[in-house]
Design a protein around this ligand. Structure first.
Ligand code: NAD
Length: 339
């Protein structure tokens, strides 16, 4: 039995608690939250779970082996640091930390104390995104030209971080997982209408190695909940819709090519020969599991086997560096900056 403390029981924390509550290999030592009404809700929904408003005490408790952190981003560093210093393993929600310096310090500390530092990049544990990765990495789509990612909804509105840090953190981790690379540059514009200085909508473009463009639209100020992702490749195209539980992926046999040579680019002298291929649409079967359950199981396995998580500190740091570049570009009116 691995004994875990959950810090933060707001919107997301109860999902973690719910997974651990009936887990055969885990036991919840403490749930900590600064808000007493959140603790009361936890006590009602999960009878028998010990609650406290003192996060440091829950983290440092003798009966805590590992800590799950689901508090606002600007508190991740403090709690993850406390946990690692106390010799506990840590699973921290995305993004790993609020600054590059903090994320670097956590990676260094985890290595020094020899404890697991994992980041909740949930799409790495999502069966549909794993299936999409197979299509991308096995060359089915051919060379990837660009990926467009939309993550919108009306709320929840954050005050500690902007829409990119809150929402696009998922998309950056996913794009990097799919492309097996980190972005080189970022450019972004955004608008802050609700809270001064906190962008409600961010439109960012990342340039990955191999001239792959990734466009992000992250907004909590939108009438529509959308999780639409499109991958445009040289040979085929793919869409991933995380909201569509039954058929999240479609692969389109669509491309532009030279009719005679089948090459996918325009020779200016023979451009009249270009045609579009509009073939079948394939909906691959995806065994949908529960991504959060898979993420938590992976964390427990890594603790048990002392193995490196798929989304460890360095992956978390890479996302934070990209978000930092987006922030710098926002401040410079959209200039393309180095990640
Ligand atoms: N993986 C996902 O899909 C996913 C989805 C939603 C949120 N998240 C992440 O989970 C984290 C929490 O998000 P949320 O939506 O639950 O936020 P939230 O604001 O609803 O909840 C945060 C909770 O932390 C508590 N808290 C704040 N400061 C504290 C402190 N100093 N000590 C103890 N408790 C404190 C608050 O009282 C609140 O109950 C964020 O990092 C967010 O990015 C991840």
């Amino acid at each position: 039995m691995i004994k875990l403390a959950v810090v933060g029981a707001g919107h997301w924390g109860p999902n973690l608690i719910n997974n651990l509550y009936t887990h055969k290999d885990a036991w919840i030592s403490w749930v900590a939250d600064a808000n007493p009404s959140r603790l009361a809700t936890v006590a009602e929904r999960f009878p028998g779970v010990q609650t406290t408003d003192d996060a440091a005490a829950a983290i440092g408790a003798e009966d805590t082996d590992a800590v799950l952190i689901a508090t606002p981003t600007n508190t991740h560093y403090l709690f993850a640091k406390q946990a690692l210093e106390a010799g506990k393993h840590v699973l921290v929600e995305k993004p790993l930390a609020a600054t590059v310096e903090e994320a670097e310090a956590l990676c260094k500390l985890a290595a020094e104390v020899g404890r697991i530092l994992m980041v909740g990049h949930i799409f790495v544990y999502n069966e549909a995104s794993r299936k999409a990765k197979e299509y991308i990495s096995e060359g089915d789509l051919g060379r990837v030209y660009y990926i467009s990612m939309e993550r919108t909804n009306l709320g929840p509105i954050r005050v500690d971080v902007n829409a990119a840090w809150d929402l696009a953190a998922h998309d950056i981790s996913l794009a990097s997982y799919w492309l097996n690379a980190d972005p080189i540059t970022a450019s972004a514009v955004g608008g802050a209408w609700i809270n001064r200085g906190v962008e409600d909508a961010v439109f960012a473009t990342l340039r990955y190695p191999g001239d792959v463009l990734v466009h992000l639209h992250a907004s909590w100020l939108n009438p529509k909940k959308s999780r639409g992702i499109t991958v445009v490749g040289e040979r085929r195209m793919l869409t991933f819709d995380d909201i569509n539980m039954n058929e999240p992926i479609r692969v389109y046999d669509k491309k532009v090519r030279d009719e005679r040579t089948d090459v996918p680019f325009v020779d200016t002298f023979a451009s009249y020969r270009m045609s579009v291929r509009d073939g079948d649409i394939v909906i691959p079967k995806v065994q949908m599991g529960e991504p959060l359950k898979a993420e938590i199981n992976h964390f427990l396995e890594c603790i048990e086997n002392n193995s490196r998580p798929l989304s460890a500190g360095p992956e978390g740091l890479a996302v934070v560096k990209t978000l930092d570049a987006i922030t710098r570009s926002l401040a410079e009116g959209g200039r393309e900056v180095q990640v």
